[in-house]
Design a protein around this ligand. Structure first.
Ligand code: MD3
Ligand code: FE
Length: 212
């Protein structure tokens, strides 16, 4: 599983169960960005409040059968976008295709995510160290796709205080987090000032999950 010859040079293993697929989403990137615009036209990006009442610096929206949401009552998945009162936009075919191909490249067959959380980072936006533990299914991998400005990703262990590694993630990189890496602590350092030809001063990250 770690040394598939067809992926030599493209598939880096970060840790058991975690693979970086460099450039995997490059060809699809422009199509993905157009889909993000269509999704955001129906369920706009918003800065959610944490249960502690702080405004998150990352703006978020979702597509799929459910969407991730946070407010002073807590973190949860909802089938209706609380801001529009309507279902979250459907997951585009191009999202499903890319996520399925990435999961398969890392050895996970028949990947069927029911949500794609879309994060939008302005310059300086960051994600503090956390675990993704709001999904009922903790066995299926999470697939993440980076678009636009680069970022430094922090990759820790299963305890908050475990040492962290910094992994640079650039436009087109895809990461698959499964098995023993699924519950690792992780975060994103503040995005540095810059310009990307396709996104300007923004970074986007898609995270596909099996939530229900
Ligand atoms: C490692 N997003 O939305 S994706 C998140 O770049 C989130 O926007 C980051 O963390 C971003 O929750 C990082 C990479 C990622 C996602 C899930 C993981 C890394 C992970 C789950 C376990 C271990
Ligand atoms: Fe996360």
């Amino acid at each position: 599983m770690f040394d598939q010859p067809s992926l030599a040079g493209r598939c880096e293993d970060l840790a058991p169960g975690a693979w970086v697929l460099r450039c995997f989403a490059l060809d699809a990137a422009e199509k993905l960005l157009r889909e993000i615009e269509r999704i955001a036209a129906r369920s706009p990006f918003r800065h959610l409040a944490t249960p502690g009442g702080k405004r998150m610096s990352v703006a978020m929206t979702n597509c799929g059968a459910v969407g991730w949401f946070s407010d002073p009552r807590g973190y949860r998945y909802t089938s209706i976008d609380p801001e529009t009162g309507k279902p979250w936009p459907a997951m585009p075919e191009s999202f499903m295709k890319l996520a399925g191909e990435a999961a398969a490249a890392a050895g996970f067959d028949a990947y069927a995510p029911d949500v794609c959380l879309i994060n939008r980072y302005e310059i300086g936006a960051r994600l503090t160290l956390h675990q993704d533990q709001d999904e009922r299914d903790r066995h299926s991998p999470i697939v993440s796709v980076s678009l636009g400005l680069p970022a430094a990703f922090l990759f820790g262990g299963l305890a908050r205080t475990d040492p962290q590694r910094r992994v640079p993630l650039v436009h087109g990189d895809v990461v698959v987090w499964g098995g023993p890496s699924r519950m690792r602590y992780h975060g994103v350092l503040p995005v540095k000032d810059g310009e990307h030809p396709l996104t300007g001063a923004l970074r986007y990250n898609l995270t596909f999950r099996v939530a229900r």
